[in-house]
Design a protein around this ligand. Structure first.
Ligand code: NI
Length: 160
């Protein structure tokens, strides 16, 4: 395991479309392991491969619920339901937060680290994390879709 460096805005890699993973090699599995370690170290709830400079379609999420760590390769949203509106941040964008409208529940399909097809359905924060991380694979940041973006203090409070 190894910590990777989290790429920061305005790095161009964050705005590019990541490529489908055609073959799950030990390198891809190591990428997932490193991404999870990097996410935990940064105290985030999700991380996408472009955020560590790798343009591959892979994400990790752990929102602290019963799913624990979710690793997904080539994830796709297959259905969306309802709506939620709330604050979102990103490990690649320091000092900002934004209010983003997202689906309330999503079902996501992808491959696990062994190439097995897996499906997750999540609501609330997990649904938000799926949508945020999959956006990263398409070069889309929450600041591109937020209805309002605002500065926050180091303590996480909105700056007035
Ligand atoms: Ni992000």
């Amino acid at each position: 395991m190894a910590l990777r460096i989290i790429v920061q805005e305005p790095d161009e890699v964050l705005h590019q479309v990541a490529k489908e993973v055609k073959k799950i090699t030990p390198n891809v599995q190591k990428l997932l392991t490193d991404m999870a370690e990097t996410m935990y170290d940064a105290e985030g709830v999700g991380l996408a491969a472009p955020q560590v400079g790798i343009l591959k379609r892979a994400i990790v999420i752990n929102v602290g619920d019963e799913h624990g760590l979710i690793e997904l390769i080539n994830p796709e949203i297959v259905s969306k339901e309802g709506e939620q509106f709330g604050p979102e941040g990103c490990l690649s964008i320091q000092g900002l937060r934004g209010d983003v409208r997202r689906a309330q529940t999503v079902t996501v399909k992808g491959l696990d680290r062994n190439g097995k097809e897996v499906t997750y359905t999540g609501s609330d924060l997990l649904a938000r994390a799926f949508q945020h991380e999959i956006d990263h694979l398409n070069g889309v940041l929450y600041t591109d879709v937020a209805e309002r973006v605002y500065e926050i203090t180091p303590e996480g409070e909105e700056k007035v």
